[in-house]
Design a protein. Structure first.
Length: 566
């Protein structure tokens, strides 16, 4: 095949691959539940309520500062967070593919053009999945990979190294764990320029480090002054520094199990290039492998994630670039063909670790399967009901897992996410035991009472089944939404009496039933019922119910063993 024909054939093949992969990513575009936390922060910032989840409460409940600010900017321009996050995510994924392809193309004068890294990031379905999702995953991967690769170029211009440092600073501002890649970038600038005169070498390293130092100082100052903490609440709620290797290593294993071809690919390429050690053990390769290994170690240490593959998306391209260097160093076309065949079979036939899309494996979920558009629409409908019924009420509510969509669309004034992502006092609770990663810290009764929580919205999918007999601590919004009433407040509940869509037990009926039950119950049962009423109503009702509370307490005390008449 002539060079011209070959180039046109490769260009056509690349165009077809890009078209198919982009179609797959766009057609399966989705939004994760957690992304709606960032959306609420962005909306509140634009509306002048502060960079907060709840107005007046300064908690860094997001872990993607630059991403959330970008969404806020789009919101200010009239672009919805849902659209902005998908477009920027897709653009970041394609920009990473393009950068990796350009990285290979610029080295074609001294080696064959075989853009393995770009092809893997384009073709692997997890990269297509996380091109959207509403989170910063693809943008973080693009900033981290491009920053480290640019910093690892020997004898680069100072401006290019400064640009690399700026990209890495942006990665750190996007996610705190970008500091791992930032350190790799600085180390790369030092190692690959070991033959450069001392002063110039320091200049190049400083060009990478300067944006990181300036951005780090600015970030630290902002976080401490605005939130009073260096770390987001997710750092504490997910116990990021506590070792959880059993779960973290399994998270990594599950990724490599699905993409079963990666480890055989490594073995094939290493064995095929054993006689050319000097080629694949370059300083750049060592830096990239170190960045890959360090991030994998951090992921394993912290327990991975409950979202399959997401934490590994930024790290894998570093390995892919090294594998590409090994591939082009192979001297014969036959082993290269074997590598290409293995890759194509691997990306086309990943191991089906989730036979049923909504399965969970040790708490690790195929997250996109849980949030199709009908699910988002269902949570929106629940949010509209709650917003219409409670828009004028000073409600302090908590919602169960999988309801950040509800939290964003309801616009209720005060909301708390149940695993502590938006609540520092809950996130910083001591960790009792390891379990479902990211959801190990949940509120107890004392926390709910101390934080004056009125409602706990249930994650139940409509139509919602009603309890029989009727519970006095439940409220229903049609058959679409239900909540637990943790503290019954007259000022909130009385206006709901005339709403035909809302059903609950009025407090006077609940108190009459409680009086009858206390009269017939044993001491332990009566005391438990009185303690419930004390928390549920008497503490918030004030002096108006003091006489009734005292009367019920006397009846309970009279049943105490050893009391006359007990």
């Amino acid at each position: 095949m002539s060079r011209c024909v070959r180039n046109w054939a490769l260009a056509l093949l690349a165009a077809v691959a890009i078209t198919v992969c982009v179609y797959r990513a766009v057609s399966s575009a989705w939004l994760s539940d957690d992304s709606f936390i960032s959306f609420r922060y962005a909306e509140n910032l634009v509306q002048g309520k502060g960079f907060v989840y709840n107005e007046g409460e300064y908690v860094e409940g997001y872990s993607n500062l630059l991403w959330t600010l970008l969404i806020a900017g789009a919101t200010a321009l009239g672009i919805s967070p849902e659209v902005c996050s998908k477009v920027v995510g897709l653009g970041s994924w394609l920009a990473l593919v393009g950068f990796l392809a350009m990285w290979s193309w610029r080295q074609r004068d001294r080696r064959p053009f075989m853009p393995l890294a770009a092809a893997l990031v384009l073709l692997m379905d997890d990269y297509q999945t996380w091109a959207t999702g509403g989170l910063e995953t693809s943008m973080f991967a693009f900033l981290s990979v491009t920053g480290v690769l640019l910093a690892s170029q020997a004898r680069a211009e100072r401006r290019r190294m400064l640009f690399a440092g700026t990209l890495l600073a942006a990665a750190v501002a996007t996610r705190p764990d970008g500091i791992i890649f930032a350190a790799a970038g600085v180390a790369a600038a030092w190692l690959v320029n070991n033959d450069v005169p001392g002063r110039k070498r320091w200049i190049l390293v400083s060009a990478v480090a300067l944006p990181l130092i300036l951005a780090g100082a600015a970030l630290a100052a902002f976080k401490l002054l605005y939130y009073g903490d260096l770390f987001p609440s997710a750092f504490y709620s997910k116990s990021a520094l506590d070792p959880y290797y059993s779960q973290g290593l399994f998270y990594v294993y599950l990724f490599f199990k699905k993409h079963w071809f990666i480890l055989p690919l490594v073995v094939l390429l290493v064995v095929g290039t054993l006689r050319r050690v000097a080629v694949w053990l370059t300083k750049t390769n060592l830096v990239l492998l170190a960045a890959f290994a360090a991030f994998l170690a951090y992921v394993a240490h912290s327990g991975g994630d409950f979202m399959f593959a997401r934490r590994l998306i930024p790290a894998m391209p570093f390995l892919f670039v090294v594998l590409e260097d090994l591939l082009v160093s192979m001297p014969a076309w036959l082993p290269r063909s074997a590598v290409v065949t293995l890759v194509l079979v691997g990306v086309w036939f990943p191991y089906p670790i989730y036979p049923n899309k909504t399965d969970k494996i040790r708490g690790i979920a195929n997250e996109s399967a849980y949030y199709p558009q009908p699910y988002i629409a269902m949570r929106q409908a629940q949010a509209r009901l709650a917003s219409h019924a409670l828009s004028q009420a000073p409600v302090r509510a908590m919602f169960e897992g999988g309801m950040c969509v509800f939290g964003f669309y309801s616009k209720l004034p005060y909301l708390a996410e149940m695993s502590g992502l938006t609540q520092s006092s809950l996130a910083k609770k001591p960790l009792a035991a390891r379990g479902y990663i990211g959801h190990e810290k949940v509120p107890d009764a004392q926390w709910l009472t101390d934080n004056n929580i009125h409602f706990i919205f249930s994650q139940a999918i409509p139509p919602v089944a009603r309890s029989e007999p009727r519970r006095v601590d439940e409220i229903y919004f049609g058959d679409t939404l239900k909540a637990t009433i943790w503290i019954y407040v007259d000022a909130i509940m009385d206006p709901l009496r005339n709403n035909p869509a809302v059903t609950f037990v009025p407090i006077e009926d609940a108190l009459r039933a409680a009086q009858r039950q206390i009269e017939l119950a044993s001491y332990e049962e009566a005391k438990s019922l009185y303690d419930f009423l004390e928390r549920f109503y008497f503490q918030s009702a004030g002096p108006a119910t003091k006489a009734l509370a005292d009367e019920l307490r006397r009846k309970v005390d009279a049943k105490r063993p050893g009391q006359p008449g007990a």
